[in-house]
Design a protein around this ligand. Structure first.
Ligand code: LLP
Length: 425
Protein backbone atom coordinates (compact mmCIF):
# COMPACT_ATOMS: atom_id res chain seq x y z
CA UNK A 1 0.00 0.00 0.00
CA UNK A 2 3.00 2.29 0.35
CA UNK A 3 3.00 5.37 -1.81
CA UNK A 4 6.12 6.39 -3.69
CA UNK A 5 8.99 7.40 -1.36
CA UNK A 6 9.32 11.07 -2.33
CA UNK A 7 13.06 10.98 -1.61
CA UNK A 8 13.49 9.12 -4.91
CA UNK A 9 12.32 12.20 -6.82
CA UNK A 10 14.58 15.03 -8.05
CA UNK A 11 15.47 17.86 -5.65
CA UNK A 12 12.94 20.40 -6.95
CA UNK A 13 10.01 17.95 -7.18
CA UNK A 14 6.82 19.35 -5.67
CA UNK A 15 3.30 18.06 -5.39
CA UNK A 16 0.73 20.53 -6.76
CA UNK A 17 -2.61 21.24 -5.07
CA UNK A 18 -4.33 18.71 -7.35
CA UNK A 19 -1.82 15.99 -6.41
CA UNK A 20 0.20 16.21 -9.63
CA UNK A 21 3.98 16.31 -9.88
CA UNK A 22 6.01 19.34 -10.89
CA UNK A 23 9.76 19.39 -11.37
CA UNK A 24 11.78 22.55 -11.85
CA UNK A 25 8.54 24.52 -11.60
CA UNK A 26 7.03 22.67 -14.59
CA UNK A 27 4.11 20.26 -14.41
CA UNK A 28 5.12 16.82 -15.63
CA UNK A 29 1.81 16.31 -17.43
CA UNK A 30 2.34 19.56 -19.34
CA UNK A 31 5.90 18.58 -20.30
CA UNK A 32 4.66 15.20 -21.56
CA UNK A 33 1.94 16.97 -23.53
CA UNK A 34 4.52 19.25 -25.13
CA UNK A 35 7.27 16.73 -25.89
CA UNK A 36 5.40 13.41 -26.09
CA UNK A 37 6.24 10.10 -24.41
CA UNK A 38 8.40 8.32 -23.55
CA UNK A 39 10.70 11.08 -22.38
CA UNK A 40 13.44 11.77 -19.85
CA UNK A 41 12.92 14.83 -17.67
CA UNK A 42 16.04 16.08 -15.87
CA UNK A 43 15.95 18.54 -12.99
CA UNK A 44 18.76 20.95 -13.89
CA UNK A 45 19.04 22.32 -10.36
CA UNK A 46 19.46 18.79 -9.01
CA UNK A 47 22.30 18.15 -11.49
CA UNK A 48 23.99 21.39 -10.48
CA UNK A 49 23.50 20.63 -6.77
CA UNK A 50 25.24 17.27 -7.10
CA UNK A 51 28.11 18.69 -9.16
CA UNK A 52 28.55 21.44 -6.56
CA UNK A 53 28.53 18.90 -3.76
CA UNK A 54 31.30 16.92 -5.46
CA UNK A 55 33.34 20.04 -6.13
CA UNK A 56 32.85 21.32 -2.57
CA UNK A 57 34.06 17.99 -1.21
CA UNK A 58 37.04 17.35 -3.49
CA UNK A 59 37.93 20.80 -4.87
CA UNK A 60 37.57 22.43 -8.28
CA UNK A 61 38.91 20.16 -11.04
CA UNK A 62 39.38 17.18 -8.71
CA UNK A 63 35.97 15.62 -9.33
CA UNK A 64 35.56 14.24 -12.86
CA UNK A 65 32.00 13.59 -14.00
CA UNK A 66 31.86 10.09 -15.54
CA UNK A 67 30.06 10.92 -18.76
CA UNK A 68 29.12 7.30 -19.51
CA UNK A 69 26.31 7.70 -16.97
CA UNK A 70 24.57 10.32 -19.13
CA UNK A 71 26.08 12.44 -21.84
CA UNK A 72 24.85 15.09 -24.20
CA UNK A 73 26.40 18.45 -24.95
CA UNK A 74 24.16 20.22 -22.41
CA UNK A 75 25.26 17.83 -19.65
CA UNK A 76 28.95 18.08 -20.54
CA UNK A 77 28.77 21.85 -20.44
CA UNK A 78 26.82 21.88 -17.16
CA UNK A 79 29.31 19.65 -15.34
CA UNK A 80 32.25 21.71 -16.58
CA UNK A 81 30.54 25.00 -15.68
CA UNK A 82 30.10 23.67 -12.16
CA UNK A 83 33.83 23.06 -11.77
CA UNK A 84 34.08 19.39 -12.65
CA UNK A 85 36.47 17.73 -15.07
CA UNK A 86 35.02 15.04 -17.33
CA UNK A 87 35.87 11.34 -17.60
CA UNK A 88 35.43 10.14 -21.19
CA UNK A 89 35.81 6.50 -22.14
CA UNK A 90 35.67 6.45 -25.94
CA UNK A 91 36.40 8.60 -28.95
CA UNK A 92 32.67 9.36 -29.11
CA UNK A 93 32.50 10.60 -25.52
CA UNK A 94 35.66 12.62 -26.11
CA UNK A 95 34.16 14.12 -29.27
CA UNK A 96 30.91 15.01 -27.48
CA UNK A 97 32.71 16.72 -24.59
CA UNK A 98 34.89 18.74 -26.99
CA UNK A 99 31.85 19.63 -29.12
CA UNK A 100 30.20 20.94 -25.95
CA UNK A 101 33.11 23.35 -25.55
CA UNK A 102 34.81 21.58 -22.64
CA UNK A 103 38.57 22.22 -22.88
CA UNK A 104 40.62 19.09 -23.55
CA UNK A 105 42.72 19.86 -20.49
CA UNK A 106 39.66 19.13 -18.30
CA UNK A 107 39.24 15.61 -19.70
CA UNK A 108 40.50 12.24 -18.52
CA UNK A 109 40.48 9.57 -21.22
CA UNK A 110 39.67 5.99 -20.17
CA UNK A 111 39.22 2.58 -21.69
CA UNK A 112 40.67 -0.92 -21.55
CA UNK A 113 41.05 -1.09 -25.32
CA UNK A 114 41.61 2.38 -26.70
CA UNK A 115 42.25 2.21 -30.44
CA UNK A 116 45.20 3.86 -32.11
CA UNK A 117 42.80 6.38 -33.66
CA UNK A 118 41.26 7.19 -30.28
CA UNK A 119 44.69 7.62 -28.73
CA UNK A 120 45.82 9.78 -31.64
CA UNK A 121 42.75 11.97 -31.12
CA UNK A 122 43.39 12.24 -27.37
CA UNK A 123 47.07 13.10 -27.85
CA UNK A 124 46.43 15.55 -30.66
CA UNK A 125 43.75 17.33 -28.64
CA UNK A 126 46.07 17.20 -25.61
CA UNK A 127 43.56 15.82 -23.11
CA UNK A 128 44.50 16.49 -19.51
CA UNK A 129 44.99 12.84 -18.55
CA UNK A 130 45.11 9.46 -20.20
CA UNK A 131 44.36 6.58 -17.87
CA UNK A 132 46.63 3.86 -19.21
CA UNK A 133 45.08 0.42 -18.91
CA UNK A 134 47.47 -2.10 -20.50
CA UNK A 135 51.00 -2.80 -21.73
CA UNK A 136 49.66 -2.82 -25.30
CA UNK A 137 48.36 0.69 -24.76
CA UNK A 138 51.82 1.82 -23.68
CA UNK A 139 53.17 0.33 -26.94
CA UNK A 140 50.59 2.34 -28.91
CA UNK A 141 51.33 5.60 -27.10
CA UNK A 142 55.06 5.09 -27.65
CA UNK A 143 54.45 4.52 -31.38
CA UNK A 144 52.40 7.72 -31.57
CA UNK A 145 55.16 9.56 -29.71
CA UNK A 146 57.61 8.46 -32.39
CA UNK A 147 55.25 10.09 -34.93
CA UNK A 148 55.84 13.34 -33.07
CA UNK A 149 52.59 13.65 -31.11
CA UNK A 150 52.64 15.51 -27.77
CA UNK A 151 53.62 13.72 -24.53
CA UNK A 152 50.51 12.98 -22.45
CA UNK A 153 50.16 13.12 -18.69
CA UNK A 154 49.12 9.62 -17.69
CA UNK A 155 47.69 7.70 -14.75
CA UNK A 156 48.21 3.97 -14.38
CA UNK A 157 44.96 2.09 -13.88
CA UNK A 158 45.51 -0.40 -11.09
CA UNK A 159 43.30 -3.37 -10.26
CA UNK A 160 43.64 -3.52 -6.49
CA UNK A 161 42.11 -6.93 -5.86
CA UNK A 162 39.28 -5.46 -3.80
CA UNK A 163 35.81 -6.95 -4.10
CA UNK A 164 33.03 -4.40 -4.24
CA UNK A 165 29.58 -5.49 -3.16
CA UNK A 166 27.62 -4.95 -6.35
CA UNK A 167 26.40 -6.82 -9.44
CA UNK A 168 29.24 -8.88 -10.95
CA UNK A 169 28.88 -7.12 -14.34
CA UNK A 170 29.78 -3.78 -12.77
CA UNK A 171 32.43 -4.88 -10.25
CA UNK A 172 35.87 -3.95 -11.55
CA UNK A 173 38.33 -4.00 -8.66
CA UNK A 174 38.77 -7.78 -8.29
CA UNK A 175 41.79 -9.67 -9.68
CA UNK A 176 39.69 -11.40 -12.33
CA UNK A 177 39.02 -8.26 -14.38
CA UNK A 178 39.66 -7.04 -17.91
CA UNK A 179 40.62 -3.63 -16.51
CA UNK A 180 44.00 -2.31 -15.54
CA UNK A 181 47.27 -3.63 -14.15
CA UNK A 182 46.85 -6.19 -11.40
CA UNK A 183 48.45 -5.28 -8.13
CA UNK A 184 48.64 -8.81 -6.83
CA UNK A 185 50.70 -10.37 -9.63
CA UNK A 186 53.24 -7.56 -9.97
CA UNK A 187 51.88 -6.11 -13.21
CA UNK A 188 51.12 -2.82 -11.48
CA UNK A 189 54.72 -2.41 -10.33
CA UNK A 190 56.01 -3.41 -13.78
CA UNK A 191 53.68 -0.88 -15.45
CA UNK A 192 54.81 1.93 -13.14
CA UNK A 193 58.42 1.07 -13.84
CA UNK A 194 57.89 1.11 -17.58
CA UNK A 195 55.81 4.32 -17.53
CA UNK A 196 58.45 6.06 -15.42
CA UNK A 197 61.19 5.16 -17.89
CA UNK A 198 59.17 5.82 -21.06
CA UNK A 199 60.03 9.05 -22.91
CA UNK A 200 56.52 8.97 -24.41
CA UNK A 201 54.56 9.76 -21.23
CA UNK A 202 54.64 11.81 -18.08
CA UNK A 203 53.43 9.56 -15.25
CA UNK A 204 51.47 11.69 -12.77
CA UNK A 205 49.60 9.17 -10.66
CA UNK A 206 47.64 6.00 -10.09
CA UNK A 207 43.98 5.25 -10.62
CA UNK A 208 41.51 2.62 -9.50
CA UNK A 209 37.78 2.07 -9.80
CA UNK A 210 36.40 -0.80 -7.75
CA UNK A 211 32.94 -0.97 -9.27
CA UNK A 212 29.66 0.83 -9.67
CA UNK A 213 26.52 1.22 -7.55
CA UNK A 214 28.50 0.40 -4.40
CA UNK A 215 26.62 1.25 -1.21
CA UNK A 216 29.20 0.40 1.40
CA UNK A 217 31.64 3.17 2.28
CA UNK A 218 33.84 0.48 3.85
CA UNK A 219 34.55 -0.94 0.38
CA UNK A 220 36.00 2.41 -0.68
CA UNK A 221 38.04 2.78 2.51
CA UNK A 222 39.48 -0.68 1.88
CA UNK A 223 40.41 0.28 -1.69
CA UNK A 224 42.16 3.43 -0.43
CA UNK A 225 44.13 1.34 2.03
CA UNK A 226 45.32 -1.07 -0.66
CA UNK A 227 46.02 1.62 -3.23
CA UNK A 228 47.78 3.92 -0.77
CA UNK A 229 50.09 1.14 0.41
CA UNK A 230 51.19 0.81 -3.20
CA UNK A 231 51.15 4.48 -4.22
CA UNK A 232 52.48 6.43 -1.24
CA UNK A 233 56.07 5.18 -1.71
CA UNK A 234 55.85 6.16 -5.40
CA UNK A 235 55.33 9.79 -4.37
CA UNK A 236 53.31 10.78 -7.44
CA UNK A 237 51.25 13.98 -7.50
CA UNK A 238 47.83 12.40 -8.19
CA UNK A 239 45.74 9.66 -6.63
CA UNK A 240 42.42 8.82 -8.35
CA UNK A 241 39.83 6.64 -6.66
CA UNK A 242 37.31 6.36 -9.52
CA UNK A 243 33.55 6.53 -9.12
CA UNK A 244 31.09 3.95 -7.99
CA UNK A 245 28.93 5.49 -5.28
CA UNK A 246 25.50 3.82 -5.32
CA UNK A 247 22.11 5.51 -5.14
CA UNK A 248 18.74 4.36 -3.79
CA UNK A 249 16.48 3.16 -6.60
CA UNK A 250 13.63 1.63 -4.63
CA UNK A 251 11.87 1.93 -1.32
CA UNK A 252 14.10 1.00 1.60
CA UNK A 253 17.47 1.49 -0.10
CA UNK A 254 19.93 3.93 1.38
CA UNK A 255 23.29 5.15 0.17
CA UNK A 256 25.89 7.59 1.49
CA UNK A 257 25.67 11.12 0.09
CA UNK A 258 28.50 12.41 -2.10
CA UNK A 259 29.77 14.37 0.91
CA UNK A 260 29.71 11.34 3.20
CA UNK A 261 31.41 9.19 0.55
CA UNK A 262 33.99 11.91 -0.01
CA UNK A 263 34.72 12.22 3.68
CA UNK A 264 35.28 8.47 3.99
CA UNK A 265 37.67 8.54 1.04
CA UNK A 266 39.53 11.65 2.13
CA UNK A 267 39.80 10.48 5.76
CA UNK A 268 41.14 7.14 4.59
CA UNK A 269 43.66 8.92 2.35
CA UNK A 270 44.79 11.07 5.23
CA UNK A 271 45.09 8.11 7.56
CA UNK A 272 47.23 6.33 4.99
CA UNK A 273 49.53 9.31 4.50
CA UNK A 274 48.44 10.16 0.94
CA UNK A 275 49.84 13.62 0.19
CA UNK A 276 48.84 13.65 -3.50
CA UNK A 277 45.88 15.47 -5.03
CA UNK A 278 42.91 13.11 -4.53
CA UNK A 279 40.51 12.88 -7.47
CA UNK A 280 37.27 10.96 -8.07
CA UNK A 281 34.98 10.16 -11.01
CA UNK A 282 31.35 9.99 -9.89
CA UNK A 283 28.75 9.31 -12.58
CA UNK A 284 25.60 7.71 -11.20
CA UNK A 285 25.52 9.74 -7.98
CA UNK A 286 25.53 12.98 -9.99
CA UNK A 287 22.73 12.18 -12.43
CA UNK A 288 20.66 9.13 -11.39
CA UNK A 289 17.97 10.70 -9.24
CA UNK A 290 17.97 13.95 -11.25
CA UNK A 291 15.67 12.35 -13.82
CA UNK A 292 12.42 10.51 -14.25
CA UNK A 293 11.18 8.71 -17.35
CA UNK A 294 7.59 9.36 -18.34
CA UNK A 295 5.68 6.76 -20.36
CA UNK A 296 2.10 6.37 -21.48
CA UNK A 297 0.17 3.21 -20.66
CA UNK A 298 -0.99 1.48 -23.84
CA UNK A 299 -2.50 -1.80 -22.67
CA UNK A 300 -3.50 -3.45 -19.41
CA UNK A 301 -3.93 -7.22 -19.46
CA UNK A 302 -5.30 -9.16 -16.49
CA UNK A 303 -4.61 -12.89 -16.48
CA UNK A 304 -6.78 -14.25 -13.66
CA UNK A 305 -4.76 -16.29 -11.20
CA UNK A 306 -1.51 -15.35 -12.90
CA UNK A 307 -0.73 -11.62 -12.99
CA UNK A 308 -1.49 -8.27 -14.60
CA UNK A 309 0.69 -6.80 -17.34
CA UNK A 310 0.83 -3.05 -17.82
CA UNK A 311 2.51 -2.10 -21.10
CA UNK A 312 4.05 1.29 -21.74
CA UNK A 313 5.36 2.94 -24.90
CA UNK A 314 9.08 2.38 -24.16
CA UNK A 315 10.89 -0.50 -22.49
CA UNK A 316 14.28 -2.21 -22.61
CA UNK A 317 15.42 0.21 -25.32
CA UNK A 318 15.27 3.21 -22.98
CA UNK A 319 16.07 1.29 -19.78
CA UNK A 320 17.96 -1.99 -20.22
CA UNK A 321 19.08 -2.10 -16.57
CA UNK A 322 16.29 -4.38 -15.23
CA UNK A 323 17.04 -6.92 -17.95
CA UNK A 324 20.84 -6.62 -17.70
CA UNK A 325 21.33 -6.46 -13.95
CA UNK A 326 17.94 -7.31 -12.48
CA UNK A 327 17.78 -3.71 -11.23
CA UNK A 328 14.70 -2.57 -9.38
CA UNK A 329 12.64 0.54 -10.02
CA UNK A 330 9.50 2.13 -8.64
CA UNK A 331 6.56 3.45 -10.67
CA UNK A 332 4.00 6.15 -9.96
CA UNK A 333 1.32 8.25 -11.62
CA UNK A 334 2.52 11.83 -12.18
CA UNK A 335 -1.11 12.97 -11.73
CA UNK A 336 -1.32 11.40 -8.24
CA UNK A 337 2.21 11.27 -6.85
CA UNK A 338 1.28 10.41 -3.29
CA UNK A 339 -1.45 7.89 -4.10
CA UNK A 340 -1.24 4.59 -2.22
CA UNK A 341 -0.09 1.72 -4.46
CA UNK A 342 -2.12 -1.37 -3.50
CA UNK A 343 -2.03 -3.06 -6.94
CA UNK A 344 0.73 -5.31 -8.27
CA UNK A 345 1.58 -5.69 -11.92
CA UNK A 346 4.48 -6.44 -14.22
CA UNK A 347 5.47 -3.23 -15.97
CA UNK A 348 6.61 -4.08 -19.47
CA UNK A 349 7.61 -2.29 -22.64
CA UNK A 350 6.59 -2.65 -26.25
CA UNK A 351 9.46 -4.76 -27.57
CA UNK A 352 8.99 -8.12 -29.21
CA UNK A 353 10.23 -10.29 -26.40
CA UNK A 354 9.04 -11.43 -23.02
CA UNK A 355 12.27 -10.27 -21.38
CA UNK A 356 11.29 -6.67 -22.05
CA UNK A 357 10.52 -5.86 -18.43
CA UNK A 358 10.87 -2.52 -16.65
CA UNK A 359 9.60 -3.65 -13.24
CA UNK A 360 9.05 -7.32 -12.48
CA UNK A 361 6.59 -6.76 -9.64
CA UNK A 362 5.54 -3.11 -9.54
CA UNK A 363 3.46 -1.55 -6.80
CA UNK A 364 0.88 0.58 -8.59
CA UNK A 365 -2.02 2.80 -7.64
CA UNK A 366 -5.50 1.45 -8.00
CA UNK A 367 -7.02 1.68 -11.45
CA UNK A 368 -4.05 2.43 -13.67
CA UNK A 369 -5.68 2.71 -17.09
CA UNK A 370 -4.88 2.99 -20.77
CA UNK A 371 -3.85 6.55 -21.54
CA UNK A 372 -2.40 7.25 -18.08
CA UNK A 373 1.04 8.74 -17.82
CA UNK A 374 3.23 6.44 -15.74
CA UNK A 375 6.69 7.42 -14.53
CA UNK A 376 9.78 5.71 -13.14
CA UNK A 377 12.12 7.77 -10.94
CA UNK A 378 15.94 7.50 -10.70
CA UNK A 379 16.43 6.89 -14.41
CA UNK A 380 19.02 9.63 -14.96
CA UNK A 381 22.07 7.32 -15.01
CA UNK A 382 22.76 4.58 -17.55
CA UNK A 383 19.30 4.94 -19.08
CA UNK A 384 19.53 7.38 -21.95
CA UNK A 385 23.23 6.57 -22.30
CA UNK A 386 22.51 2.84 -22.72
CA UNK A 387 19.41 3.33 -24.86
CA UNK A 388 19.14 1.45 -28.14
CA UNK A 389 17.01 1.41 -31.26
CA UNK A 390 15.89 -2.17 -30.75
CA UNK A 391 12.80 -2.85 -32.87
CA UNK A 392 13.68 0.47 -34.52
CA UNK A 393 12.17 2.43 -31.69
CA UNK A 394 13.27 6.06 -31.76
CA UNK A 395 15.26 7.09 -28.70
CA UNK A 396 13.34 9.42 -26.37
CA UNK A 397 14.11 13.10 -25.96
CA UNK A 398 15.81 14.63 -22.95
CA UNK A 399 14.19 17.70 -21.43
CA UNK A 400 15.92 19.86 -18.83
CA UNK A 401 13.59 21.76 -16.49
CA UNK A 402 14.52 24.72 -14.34
CA UNK A 403 12.69 27.73 -12.87
CA UNK A 404 9.48 27.04 -14.74
CA UNK A 405 11.17 26.54 -18.12
CA UNK A 406 11.39 23.20 -19.95
CA UNK A 407 14.03 23.06 -22.68
CA UNK A 408 14.96 20.31 -25.04
CA UNK A 409 18.54 19.05 -24.51
CA UNK A 410 18.26 16.06 -26.87
CA UNK A 411 15.38 15.87 -29.35
CA UNK A 412 13.44 12.68 -30.00
CA UNK A 413 14.90 10.64 -32.84
CA UNK A 414 12.87 10.54 -36.03
CA UNK A 415 12.25 7.63 -38.38
CA UNK A 416 14.65 9.36 -40.79
CA UNK A 417 17.36 9.14 -38.09
CA UNK A 418 16.81 5.39 -38.05
CA UNK A 419 17.96 4.99 -41.64
CA UNK A 420 20.51 7.80 -41.86
CA UNK A 421 23.48 5.40 -41.84
CA UNK A 422 21.95 2.92 -44.26
CA UNK A 423 23.61 2.80 -47.65
CA UNK A 424 21.19 1.91 -50.39
CA UNK A 425 22.52 0.13 -53.47
N1 LLP B 1 35.27 5.65 -13.42
C1 LLP B 1 35.42 4.52 -14.13
C2 LLP B 1 36.77 4.13 -14.56
C3 LLP B 1 34.32 3.74 -14.46
O1 LLP B 1 34.49 2.62 -15.15
C4 LLP B 1 33.02 4.14 -14.06
C5 LLP B 1 31.85 3.34 -14.39
C6 LLP B 1 32.91 5.34 -13.33
C7 LLP B 1 34.05 6.05 -13.02
C8 LLP B 1 31.59 5.85 -12.86
O2 LLP B 1 30.97 5.01 -11.96
P1 LLP B 1 29.62 5.45 -11.22
O3 LLP B 1 29.95 6.60 -10.29
O4 LLP B 1 28.64 5.86 -12.26
O5 LLP B 1 29.21 4.23 -10.51
N2 LLP B 1 25.93 0.34 -16.82
C9 LLP B 1 26.08 0.05 -15.41
C10 LLP B 1 27.19 0.84 -14.78
C11 LLP B 1 28.54 0.65 -15.43
C12 LLP B 1 29.60 1.52 -14.82
C13 LLP B 1 30.83 1.50 -15.63
N3 LLP B 1 31.89 2.30 -15.13
C14 LLP B 1 24.75 0.28 -14.71
O6 LLP B 1 23.78 0.66 -15.37
O7 LLP B 1 24.62 0.07 -13.50
Amino acid sequence: MNSLPLGLLPDTATVEADGALSIGGCRVDAIAEQFGTPLFIYDEQHLRNRCREAVATFGVGNAFYATKAFLCTAMARLAYEEGMGLDVASGGELFTALRAGVPAAALAFHGNNKSVDELRMALTEEVGHIVVDSFHEIDRIEALHREGLPTPRVLARITPGVHAHTHEFIATGQDDSKFGFNLGNGDAARAIDRLRRSPAVELVGVHCHIGSNVFSAANFAKAVEVMASFAVPLDLPEFVMGGGLGVPYVEGEEAPTITQWGNVLLDACQAMGVRSRVCVEPGRSIVASAAITVYEVGTVKHIPGVRTYVSVDGGMSDNPRPVLYGSGYEAFLPRAVTAPRPDRARLVGKHCESGDVLIFDAALPDGVAVGDLLATPVTGAYGHSMASNYNKLTRPPVVFVRDGVARLAVRRETYEDLVRCDVMP
